[in-house]
Design a protein around this ligand. Structure first.
Ligand code: GTR
Length: 332
């Protein structure tokens, strides 16, 4: 009887030990590989998506496969605004988004929504890769995000289905889709256009159903989303150069070691260098496609007139913003 009692006890103990060990092994196995999700609204072939993938590959390589990032492209995880919210509460780990919808969460970045803030592409890249770019990335911390790096997005231009836009007043009466951000709204409605905020993924349909007459974007977005087939008047006025940003969720990043975060940041910087080169090629390729399709591409004659017509936005900015603007303008 006593012997049987001991056999039962030792059986139970070994079961407990065995179970404990295997579950502990499972936990370790889980800690070994972490799989994160990165949200991207552009299709797989687009340069930002390829930049995201380069970032993911570098992280995987440098952590020996321990940290894996799966890129969900083509808006599989939703439109940018909702992606950003999900990153903030940790439901999505990483995202590549335009700075415009992100400004609401990181107000200093509104500086990139100042029209004609950059003289040209080189000026923009110098700022993003320099002290100011780093400072602005750091300014995001504390808002639920970690700013990892910038991607290039060139210049945004107006396009529509009705007529050529040569002067700011030609925008009058048009229904123009805008990104969901205050400054853009304010700026475009100033010219007598009706602004219609909507997600990027809805623009094609908006043009098709005539809910909107046009929008504004760079050549690659105009081309890859097929907008050129429905809104064939594209005017190169270059009113905005709004960068793209790679963000991570602080909730998620706080669980990683300092070394892992360092690896992730470094990978993002290298992905930026790669994407910049790809971006230049993509701009040329996209412009060629839309021209060949027969879109009417108008190079505006008097850029100064456009610059002057948008100056009022600068005057409305706070003292702190004015200083930041000046620092950016002073970068040579
Ligand atoms: C593109 C940008 C997208 C998105 C889009 C838009 O240039 O790459 O992330 O923000 O513009 O207009 O919504």
């Amino acid at each position: 009887m006593r012997k049987n009692f001991f056999i039962i006890i030792s059986f139970v103990v070994s079961l407990v030990v065995l179970f404990g060990f295997s579950s502990c092994k499972r936990k370790n196995a889980k800690a070994e590989t972490i799989v994160f999700r990165l949200a991207e609204i552009h299709p797989q072939k687009y340069s930002t998506t390829r930049g995201d993938q380069r970032f993911a590959d570098l992280v995987k390589e440098r952590t020996n496969g321990r940290i894996q990032i799966k890129v969900f492209h083509s808006g599989q995880l939703g439109e940018e605004k909702s992606i950003i919210e999900q990153v903030q509460f940790g439901a999505i780990d990483f995202a590549r988004v335009s700075v415009s919808p992100f400004c609401e969460f990181a107000p200093k970045l509104n500086v990139f929504l100042m029209p004609y803030i950059f003289r040209d592409e080189d000026h923009a890249l110098k700022v993003l890769q320099g002290e100011i770019g780093d400072e602005l990335l750091d300014s995001i911390e504390g808002s639920g995000f970690l700013g990892l790096g910038w991607f290039d997005s060139g210049a945004r231009n107006f396009y529509n289905s009705k007529r050529e836009i040569k002067r700011p007043e030609d925008l009058k009466g048009l229904r123009i889709r805008v990104q969901e951000t205050k400054i853009m709204n304010q700026l475009i409605s100033h010219f007598g256009a009706t602004v219609i905020p909507m997600g990027f993924g809805e623009v094609y349909q908006g043009l098709q159903t005539n809910d909107i007459d046009g929008a504004e974007n760079n050549f690659p977005s105009y081309e890859s989303a097929g907008h050129y087939q429905l809104a064939g008047f594209y005017s190169i006025d270059e009113h905005f150069r709004i960068p793209e940003i790679l963000i991570a969720s602080s909730i998620v990043m706080d669980k990683l070691s300092v070394d892992d975060v360092k690896t992730i940041k470094q990978a993002a910087l290298e992905a930026f260098v790669y994407q910049q080169v790809e971006w230049k090629k993509e701009e040329v390729r996209a412009e060629k496609i839309v021209r060949e399709y027969g879109a009417v591409i108008t190079k505006i004659d008097n850029k100064q007139e456009w610059i002057d017509s948008m100056k009022f936005i600068y005057e409305q900015q706070s003292e702190e913003m004015q200083q930041l603007i000046k620092r950016i303008q002073d970068v040579q």
